[in-house]
Design a binder for this molecule. Sequence first.
Ligand code: AKG
Length: 252
Amino acid sequence: MLNTPKLSEAQLADYKRDGYLVARGAFGPVEVADMDRWAKELLAMPEEPGRQWVYWEKSLREPDQKIVSRIENIAPFHDGFWELAESLKTMCAQLFGEPALLFKEKINFKMPGGAGFAPHQDSQAGWERYASDFINALVCIDEATIENGCLQVVSGFHDRGLYRAWEPLSEKEMEGMEFVPTPTKPGDVILFDSYTPHSSEPNLTDQTRRIYFATYNRLSDGDQLAQYYADKHKNYPPDIEREPDKEYVYRV
Ligand SMILES: O=C(O)CCC(=O)C(=O)O
């Protein structure tokens, strides 16, 4: 049974001011050991159409090798991650001031040779079509360091709205932004607004860096998960469900 972390008044104020907050040790060592096991179980599950979505990438360390980049749409196929997605709702509800609904979730595996993420706002991936406001909850499973590509976050730019849909941030848009590397230990949680600019570097170390990400919208914006996944599946399906001659381009 997972703990249900709750935010203090100071953390709520941090989020409002900065567009993100870091909840150190939100989950303890026993829960982290469970998450480590669950992530291994997930990775070992066969890839089948209609199940969890597995995306692969070419390793930057061994270009002949393909590695799992991320697995999305997890909770319906794994009770542990279902419970984790439920447990994170409480903190998001505190931030929204109303109940939170799950919008999407994934694990970024960032295996040795796994790519980084160009500076972007998550809402740039067409999210404004579904709801006005989202919160991302990141749960650190493996220690995330500067060397293995921890999250880098910009403070105080979350209330400037969307820069451009379907494009990462340009050099000009990033003027004045400071991307601050934010290392995390297993069990730490970062909550960040979908307009908060962030990025990360590749993992060129020899250790995997797994982070679970769950995204929530307000109850008053309705349950958008099924529509989001249906649209995404049309445009960017998991590798196993792709048409062989079609080109699929990751945009944001
Ligand atoms: O996993 C990471 O390093 C960052 C992920 C990220 O920025 C994203 O998925 O939008």
